[in-house]
Every structure is written in C-alpha cells, then in structure tokens.
Design a protein around this ligand. Structure first.
Ligand code: FAD
Ligand code: NAD
Length: 482
C-alpha cells in the first residue's frame, strides 16, 4: 500500500519540522516521519534539540544558575534566604515538563499547518519513494515529488570511554542524573562539556574537564576565550588541556565509580570520578536511512553532500541540518529547512552561512558571529576593534552581573562590521543585535548613531561600536578620532 505526498521530510528536529511546516504553508501536501519515542513510548517531535539538546540543557542551566544566585548572590543584594538546597529529581521533572510542553507544541503546529506526522523510521528507497517502517514492524511506501532528509546527528563515542548511560554517560545521560555526583569527569571542553559541566558544578559537583587539545575553545576569538577560561576556572571548573584519554575502568558494587587514564605533558595520569560525561562531538546519523542504489553521496565522515541550497547529488532530494556540512546548530538547520521549502515553491531563498551566530550558554554566556581577530589577521584584512567591558555598564553593575566584555570588529577602510564577540550577561541576545546590523551590511558608525535605551546591557554593544571608531564615552579610547 502506498500514500502520495508532494514533500516528505525524514526527521522532525529543528531542521525537519521547519522544512515541513514551511512546505505545508506554501501549499505542498507534506508528511514528516519521526522515529523518536519518549520515555512513555509515545512518538515525539522536535528531535535532539527539544528532547535531549538545546531545551533540556537550558532548563538545567537556568535552574542551576538560580541556585547559585540564591546561594551566593542574593546576599549581595541584601536578600536573606535560609539554607538553600537542591531537589535534583524535582529539577529533572521540571526539565521534562518543559520538554513535554514544547514537543507537544510541535505536534500542534503540524496539525494547524496540515503536516501529516508519521510515526516510524524512514528510508529513501528511490528518488521519489520513502519506505516507512512502523514501531510494530509494518511497512508503508510514501510516493513523493520531493524528499527532505533531516535525520540529524548522534554523540560520537570513543573506545577508551564506552558509554553505559549509568556511570559513563553522553549528553543525554548527563541530563538525567538523579543526584549531584561528588566528582564529575567530563571528556571534551567543547560546548556540551562547558554547559553540562557548569550545570553540575553549580550544584556542587567537583568537575574536571579533560580536553585533548592544547588550546581552549580554538574556534573562539582569543581575547574572549582567555576571559572565558579565567571566569569558568574561578567558578570551579578544572579544565585540563592537552589531556588525552587512553582508557577507563568502571568499578564494581552499588556505588560505582570510574577511573580514567589519560596522558598529558607530565606523562600518564589517573583520575577517579562518580560519573563521567563523554562530550567529544557529534556525528551525522544515517543508519539505515539511504538505499545506496539511489546514489545520494556522502563524504568520508558520513555527512550527506549538499551544495549551498542543500541539494544532494540526486535531483529533488535535499538534506538539511546536522547531517550536512556546517556547524551543528539548531538555528542553522531551521534556516536550511525554510530555505529548501521556499525554493521548492520557486522562491529565491538562501542561507547566509557567513553569519551563523554561535553561543555557549555558560554564565556569563559566550557568543560570537562573523570573523574574529585571528581570522582577519590571517586573511590580511585591516580592521578596527572596539571593546567595552561590562564593568563599565551601569545596568550590569546594577544587576551585580558585570563580568566580561563586548568586542566589535569593523573593517578599517569601510567601517563595515566584520565580527562581534561577547562574553557577558545576556551575550546571546546582545549578539543578535550585531548580527542584524551585519545582515544589513551595517557599519560600526550605524550602530553608534542608533539610540539605545538607558540603562540596558545593550548599551555595551553601542559603546563597543563607538569604541571601534575611537569615541566611546564611558571608557578610555584606544583609537582617538574627531
Ligand atoms: P535532530 O535534532 O537530531 O533531529 C533529527 C530527527 O530525525 C530526530 O528526531 C530523529 O529521531 C529523527 N530521525 C533520524 N533518523 C530517522 C529516520 N530514518 N526516520 C525517521 N526519523 C528519523 N544547538 C543550538 O543551536 N543551541 C543550543 O543551545 C544547543 N544545545 C545543545 C545541547 C545538547 C546537549 C545537544 C546534544 C545539542 C545541542 N544543540 C544546540 C545542537 C542541536 O540540538 C542540533 O544542532 C539540532 O537538534 C539539529 O537539528 P536536526 O533537525 O538537524 O537534527
Ligand atoms: P564540540 O565539538 O563542541 O567539543 C568537543 C570537544 O571535545 C572538542 O574541544 C574536542 O577537541 C574535544 N575532544 C574530542 N575528542 C577528544 C578526546 N578523545 N579526548 C578529549 N577531548 C576530546 O562537541 P560537543 O560539545 O560534543 O557538542 C556537539 C555539537 O553539539 C557541537 O557541534 C555543538 O555545536 C552542538 N551544541 C551546541 C550547543 C550550543 O549551541 N550552545 C550546545 C551543545 C551542543
């Protein structure tokens, strides 16, 4: 038996559900296949992002941040609270409730937009045919004009630390601890390592992060990365760089621990933890997804090969999100999903890959868009830099949240904004203002002549833009201009 559609999307993560909803809005008869089952064995939409990624991690980051504030910061504000405690199962339950609300929201959006949600595993068996295998094993063929593959990614595992989701966990397991581990090891000082390491450190765990590279956050502007290292270390994260994990042994008994062996510049080392999080990156998920006879090409790392418009090597078959090149970020996949749907409707949509914002949701947040100083130096571009520290921001001081800085980089010749790099309170939201200016080819002067409400954290961006041209008001200027 087969059903007919115009667009079939495989996967309902941020890339897939955006593609499906936009395609349906544009009048295509659209289906979205999803295989994810939640803890109650119910199909849930939203993929990694809503179920075990962006949203649950931010729920725990927000709870743990409030805990730190209640423990340490309220007193500075003159607020007296009794002894502060943390109920971990209640925290996890709240996180699950947020996830439930949002995944249910996607189901509602599918209904409202007439996207047919189909439960099961999809496989591309021809350029116009997808085979769906239901959880009961029943199979059904979907005939379609266009296929959009959005099957996402899964954590990378490493042989020296095999994940058992009990003592050694990946990011999914690290969202489910029912008690604060006394000693927590993390392999990988990337985005997940820092975010989830922060969650459990704030709640009282001694956290040691083992990072193979010698450099901390190599993708981040050096000045910002240095500041981040200083602040996060002061918060209690012990970050060991140049630490290569060679093996691990899980102890026996009810209260298991794990001993990790690693080498660093001083030779062979050992450390014992109650829990170990492996966060060494993610890989595209294409298991049993593509019939090789269809000819959809993949690169040597398993990513589906696409061009700038997310077209695969097979006409009318598209791929979006984590399983194609580029950063593995929810918003990048969302934009790709929308672009593909709009191009199917013959609209001239495109994604501006030069302006994908990145955020690490530690506190303070670390956020960046565009080029950093190191990249511009390498490209030989002449630039001006404006830096404004939050300690000079009235609003940040009023909130007792004044660590970090805004750094704006503009082309020395044209003044066009080339990059913005922030570590500080609400960095993610502040960065977006620079991203908008950059999307419209704005200059540092454009931001400088824009009126910003006072007192806001955004004024730090305003002042950084003024500083790029040597006329910041609330700090001394490195460059002097009339
Ligand atoms: P996914 O979200 O992985 O969705 C793919 C979907 O396809 C899944 O639901 C899967 O079940 C389904 N699927 C796979 N194969 C099949 C098949 N054959 N048939 C049917 N269905 C299938 N990104 C951010 O931008 N900001 C953040 O703050 C952030 N935080 C994160 C925190 C953590 C802990 C993690 C792990 C990731 C985080 N990310 C974040 C990354 C973000 O989650 C991913 O970039 C994003 O979810 C990718 O979207 P996607 O639609 O490509 O794939
Ligand atoms: P990552 O690539 O950010 O960091 C992985 C880190 O592990 C790197 O620093 C790498 O050098 C290190 N590493 C790799 N192998 C190692 C080994 N054997 N021993 C020690 N260190 C090792 O990956 P991640 O933190 O796992 O996150 C996966 C993806 O999810 C990322 O692409 C990220 O973009 C996305 N994500 C995004 C957010 C966000 O946007 N805030 C949050 C979480 C995850």
């Amino acid at each position: 038996m087969s059903k007919e559609f115009e667009v079939v999307v495989i996967g309902s993560g941020p890339a897939g559900y955006h593609a499906a909803i936009r395609a349906a809005q544009l009048g295509f008869k659209t289906a979205c296949i999803e295989k994810w089952l939640n803890k109650d064995d119910k199909t849930v939409y939203g993929g990694t992002c809503l179920n075990v990624g962006c949203i649950p991690s931010k729920a725990l980051l927000d709870t743990s941040h409030k805990y730190v504030e209640a423990q340490h910061d309220f007193e500075t504000h003159g607020i007296k609270v009794g002894k502060v405690g943390i109920d971990v199962p209640a925290m996890i339950q709240r996180k699950d409730n947020v996830v439930k609300q949002l995944t249910g929201g996607v189901a509602g959006l599918f209904t409202a937009n007439k996207v047919e949600g189909i439960s099961g595993t999809g496989k591309v068996i021809a350029k116009d045919k997808v085979l769906v295998t239901g959880h009961d094993g029943k199979q059904e063929e979907l005939l379609t004009k266009y296929i959009i593959i959005a099957a996402g990614s899964v954590p990378i595992d490493i042989p020296p630390a095999p994940v058992d989701q009990d003592t050694i966990v990946d990011s999914t397991g690290a969202l489910e601890f029912q008690a604060v581990p006394k000693r927590l090891g993390v392999i990988g000082a990337g985005v997940i390592g820092l975010e989830l390491g922060s969650v459990w450190s704030r709640l009282g765990a001694e956290v040691v992060i083992l990072e193979a590279l010698d450099e901390f956050l190599p993708m981040v502007d050096r000045q910002i990365a240095k500041e981040a290292s200083k602040i996060l270390t002061a918060q209690g994260l012990e970050i060991k760089l140049g630490a290569r994990v060679t093996g691990s042994k899980v102890g026996k008994g009810a209260k298991k621990s794990v001993t990790v062996e690693y080498t660093d510049k001083n030779g062979e080392q050992k450390a014992t933890f109650d829990k170990l999080i492996v966060a060494v990156g993610r890989k595209p998920y294409t298991v049993d997804l593509l019939d090789p006879a269809v000819g959809i090409e993949q690169d040597e790392r398993g990513f589906i090969k696409v061009n700038d418009y997310c077209e695969t090597s097979v006409p009318n078959v598209y791929a979006v999100g984590d399983l194609v090149r580029g950063p593995m970020l929810a918003h990048k996949g969302m934009e790709e999903g929308i672009m593909v749907a709009e191009r199917l409707a013959e609209q001239k949509a495109q994604v501006n890959y030069a302006l994908v914002p990145s955020v690490i949701y530690t506190h303070p947040e670390i956020a960046w868009v565009g080029k950093n100083e190191e990249q511009l130096k390498e490209e030989g571009v002449d630039y001006n830099v404006g830096v404004f520290p939050f300690v000079a921001s009235g609003r940040a001081l009023a909130a007792n949240d004044a660590e970090g800085m805004v750094k704006l980089i503009a082309d020395a010749r044209t003044d066009r904004i080339l990059g913005c790099h922030i570590i500080g309170p609400s960095a993610a939201d502040l960065l977006q203002q620079a991203a908008i200016a950059m999307e419209f080819s704005g200059s540092a002067e454009d931001l400088g002549i824009t009126m910003f409400s006072h007192p806001t954290l955004s004024e730090a961006l305003h002042e950084a833009a003024l500083a790029a041209n040597g006329h910041a008001i609330h700090i001394g200027n490195r460059r002097r201009k009339k």
